[in-house]
Design a protein around this ligand. Structure first.
Ligand SMILES: NC(=O)C1=CN([C@@H]2O[C@H](COP(=O)(O)OP(=O)(O)OC[C@H]3O[C@@H](n4cnc5c(N)ncnc54)[C@H](OP(=O)(O)O)[C@@H]3O)[C@@H](O)[C@H]2O)C=CC1
Ligand SMILES: CC(C)(CO)C(=O)C(=O)O
Length: 325
């Protein structure tokens, strides 16, 4: 299977290495010093089950990589317009494109009773929709705590490593199973599900519970959540996310806020949105925080803890020049 990972940073680098380990023919779109390091020495991932190393074809020009069986997009949400502008050479008539990212996705209302509704903050001018098309699109969510530690090197040491994929209409199609299987073959969970929106909300629980608080504390999940008052705020935020998800028909089941916080409290990872603030990169404020809170307002769900924490981190992002309203 020919698979290109578009935006092979922390998460994309980890997925690319897993795909290569599983036997897929992998290429990556990357840029800058990270691209040059991959071209020169390959991609290394320090994972919980050992170090992975692969030598994918790598370029910042998708035309150099050509049409694929599948493309996995793993950029940050604010980079999606650049993906829309670049992706055409990777697409053949049958190419699947999986968006494996955090937050509410641009395709959220497609193939639902609200078909036709758009989320302009997530896909300005319908650029991704027009470039990729809904028919090719798979939704995706990833559990992994990953960081690019230096060009060409990713660290992803936490034990929970899974990619969850789904068709937008819930069908369990051969292309969905094939891509999940290619990831699974590399030793990372590759799970095909019939309701990817449930998985989107379950993942958002972690991002909304931890993200704003870690941003305010400028600290890892483990350090931030070690403070009892902060842990209480995180539990309150998690309850708010669960209420929004349930109000939109995607109840988060099988875990309590306390379970989720106990898991996060063990991980010395700086959430990727904090890594963006650290490194001066555009922040995923809309996908992770603003759009979910817009959905809360629409459903009449009160979210006082998130309202305050998100307002503060949005201010910080604007002040840092990493977000625009
Ligand atoms: N890191 C983590 O632990 C987790 C992250 N996520 C989610 O996964 C997604 C990816 O996050 P993460 O891997 O951390 O992000 P990274 O910033 O590490 O990786 C994204 C990569 O895409 C590159 N990129 C962006 N646009 C282009 C382009 N047009 N051409 C070539 N390369 C491009 C970036 O380059 P450059 O650096 O030059 O901008 C960067 O290397 C996000 O939605 C995030 O929220 C989900 C779970 C955990
Ligand atoms: C923090 C984590 C691992 C889960 O909430 C994440 O998704 C991120 O770093 O963006």
């Amino acid at each position: 299977m020919r698979v290109c990972v578009y935006g092979a940073g922390a998460i994309g680098g980890h997925i690319a290495a897993r795909l290569a380990k599983g036997g897929a023919e992998v290429s990556v779109v990357a840029r800058g010093a990270h691209l040059r390091a991959i071209q020169a020495s390959g991609l290394s991932v320090a994972a919980n089950d050992g170090t992975l190393h692969c030598r994918p074809s790598a370029s910042d020009d998708p035309a150099a990589l050509g049409p694929q069986d599948a493309v996995i997009v793993t950029t940050k949400a604010p980079a999606l317009p650049s993906v829309a502008a670049g992706i055409a050479p990777l697409l053949g008539p049958e190419t699947t494109v999986a968006f494996v990212m955090n937050g509410i996705p641009w395709w959220y209302f497609d193939r639902t009773p609200q078909e036709g509704r758009r989320l302009p903050a997530l896909d300005p001018g319908d650029a991704v929709r027009d470039a990729v098309g809904v028919a090719r699109t798979l939704g995706g969510v990833v559990y992994s705590s990953a960081t690019v530690t230096r060009p060409g090197h990713v660290e992803a040491l936490a034990p929970d490593n899974r990619v969850i994929l789904g068709e937008l209409d819930g069908a369990m199609t051969p292309r969905l199973r094939a891509l999940a299987g290619a990831i699974e073959a590399g030793g990372m969970g590759g799970i095909a599900v019939p309701d990817i929106r449930d998985a989107v909300w379950a993942k958002l629980l972690g991002n909304m519970m931890n993200g704003p608080l870690c941003l305010l504390a400028r600290s890892s999940m483990r350090d931030t959540l070690s403070v009892p008052a902060v842990r209480e705020a995180a539990i309150a935020a998690a309850r708010e996310v669960m209420a929004i998800a349930a109000a939109h028909g995607h109840p988060i089941t099988g875990q309590t806020p306390e379970d989720r916080i106990a898991r996060s409290s063990r991980i010395p990872h700086r959430p990727s949105i904090l890594q963006d603030l650290d490194q001066g990169r555009a922040m995923e404020i809309d996908a992770l925080f603003a759009v979910p809170l817009q959905l809360a307002r629409e459903a009449g769900v009160p979210t006082p803890v998130l309202d305050l924490s998100v307002a503060l981190v949005t201010r910080a992002a604007i002040e840092a020049g990493l977000h625009r309203v």
